[in-house]
Design a protein around this ligand. Structure first.
Ligand code: AMP
Ligand code: ZN
Length: 144
């Protein structure tokens, strides 16, 4: 996509600090990191949503993201890492080229996911599971 900022990074039209590149994916440092070393892994091909990325490319993103997390842990003295992907504006996606965040973490690094824990009303879990699994089976069936 011509005016997509991450496509421009892949094409070298705007600068980035590259961590890794192969035929399918490109990884570079996030310009406003949660912790230093925070990296973004993107498909080279433009996809707004992770859901349309071919399985082999999505698999490579996850594999490389995890390996970058390990490299950050070993070389930069981090204890752990988070993988995070926001799919859609309501989920916090700002750049509309799918990207996997690799966020290196240390105990007491001052960053907290604001993770709430709701309680299901009686019967709601089973209702959601039935609806979603049927929809998923139909969608996967259409794809094959
Ligand atoms: P998201 O909110 O998941 O869409 O995250 C977008 C991320 O892209 C943010 O963490 C930004 O800091 C990062 N970002 C935006 N522009 C650039 C850029 N030119 N180079 C590196 N990272 C960027
Ligand atoms: Zn793009």
């Amino acid at each position: 996509m011509n005016d997509c900022i991450f496509c421009k990074i892949v094409r070298g039209e705007i600068p980035s600090v590259k961590i890794y590149e192969d035929d399918l994916v490109f990884a570079f440092l996030d310009i406003s990191p949660i912790n230093f070393g925070h990296t973004l892994v993107i498909p080279k091909e433009h996809h707004q949503s992770a859901s349309t990325i071919p399985e082999a490319v999505a698999g490579r993103m996850f594999h490389i993201g995890s390996r970058i997390g390990v490299a950050l842990r070993r070389k930069c003295d981090y204890d752990a890492y988070n993988l995070h992907l926001a799919d859609g504006a309501a989920a916090g996606q700002v750049v509309m080229h799918a990207h996997l965040h690799v966020v290196p973490r240390q105990a007491e690094d001052g960053f907290h996911w604001n993770w709430r824990q709701l309680k299901y009303p009686e019967g709601r879990m089973a209702e959601i599971a039935a609806g979603v699994s049927a929809r998923l089976a139909a969608d996967l069936g259409e794809e094959s």
